[in-house]
Design a protein around this ligand. Structure first.
Ligand code: SF4
Length: 361
């Protein structure tokens, strides 16, 4: 929602100053999807607002839900006809994470990623970025009764209805795009998400993920030291990384190492190293040794945690590592005192998992 537009509207209509806060709370925190739902406003004002102000800056084209109800993907049509996507994931009962996009497409060209194949169409505005969160807040408000009354049989046994209801509690910038290449709008979106009068998320419940742009890492540390940082490493060997992730030709492992060290100095906070597991490409014992060596060379090993993600199908030549191979890789890291987890891939059946977003039906 365009907040400035709302402010001017209220001023022009001689509304008292508290009205803005009242509407902001109803829209951003309670998930009202139309002004007509805000019954504390007069009928006349509600009607005028609905005629003049759009709450969302896009149209919903399609919402797909996985069978287990754990992942939901939305395809959204922006005002200029471009499309973007956003995903809602339940990493554990009672908790929802919104995975949001910062660009339409992505210029980084990582070879395993469907978004990378699209190239960059354009940057999203801070409004378009935060409206994705608004969209999910509205969606949860409208659908939580469906989610609770019709859980998938597999879930019925595991989760009580009460726990299924859940809240949107985490935001991850891991959808389409490289957030640090759209920093001005991403910065503004972070301010909106953490503004107590708007969404009011705690900084620590937000994560920004980068493919490795040192200038961006430095800006995040400086301006939002409490926001979590995830770095898509995927390879700890410059030759392989440059081949599959072109960003490495400009920002190699040595520059990433320095950037991580500076981040630690400034924030003393943990970084999550994302490591997509590609069958026989980066999942050998040698690859694990390279990763251990790289992590040890950075120092502060306790502040680095490796998230292993088995590759999701994206129509590329890459295949996911075998489950056993991923498990061995993780165990080897643990044996060498490197924190590591195999992240459950959410959303692959609806093409909403990491690297699968391509802005189409
Ligand atoms: S993996 Fe991330 S940075 Fe790389 S192309 Fe895909 S969206 Fe862009």
């Amino acid at each position: 929602m365009d907040i400035k537009n709302l402010e001017s509207f209220l001023k022009e209509n001689n509304q008292p100053t508290f009205r803005l806060k009242q509407i902001q709370k109803a829209v951003y925190q309670d998930g009202a999807s139309a002004f007509s739902e805000i019954t504390s406003l007069s009928k006349d004002l509600r009607e005028k607002l609905d005629q003049e102000i759009e709450i969302l800056s896009f149209e919903t084209v399609q919402v797909l839900q996985s069978k287990d109800g754990e992942s939901i993907k939305a395809l959204l049509k922006l005002n200029d006809g471009n499309f973007t996507e956003t995903v809602l994931i339940a990493p554990k009962p009672g908790t929802w994470s919104a995975c949001i996009s910062s660009q339409v497409g992505c210029p980084m060209g990582c070879k395993f990623c469907a978004t990378g194949k699209m190239g960059l169409k354009r940057n999203l505005t801070s409004e378009e970025i935060t409206d994705q969160v608004l969209f999910w807040r509205q969606w949860l408000r409208k659908n939580s009764s469906d989610l609770t009354s019709k859980p998938h049989p597999a879930l019925r046994a595991t989760f009580s209805l009460e726990r299924r209801r859940g809240k949107l509690s985490n935001i991850v910038y891991m959808g389409m795009g490289e957030p640090f290449l759209n920093w001005d709008q991403v910065r503004e979106s972070l301010q909106i998400l953490t503004d107590k009068n708007l969404f009011g998320f705690g900084s620590r419940s937000i994560s920004v993920s980068t493919s490795g742009i040192p200038e961006g890492v430095a800006k995040l540390a400086e301006e939002f030291p409490q926001v979590n940082l995830a770095l898509s490493l995927h390879f700890a060997d410059d030759k392989k990384r440059s081949e599959i992730m072109p960003v490495n030709r400009k920002n190699n492992l040595e520059s990433l190492k320095k950037s991580i060290q500076n981040y630690f100095q400034k924030t003393k906070r943990k970084i999550f190293l994302e490591y997509i597991m590609l069958d026989k490409i980066n999942d050998s014992r040698q690859d694990a040794d390279n990763l251990i060596k790289f992590i040890r060379s950075i120092g502060n090993v306790h502040l680095l945690h490796v998230n292993l993600i088995r590759h999701n199908p994206t129509g590329s030549e890459f295949k996911a590592s075998e489950k056993n191979r991923a498990q061995d890789f993780k165990n080897y890291l643990l044996k060498n005192h490197i924190g590591a987890t195999i992240r459950k891939s959410a959303g692959d059946e609806i093409a909403g998992a990491c690297g699968q977003l391509a802005g189409k039906l």
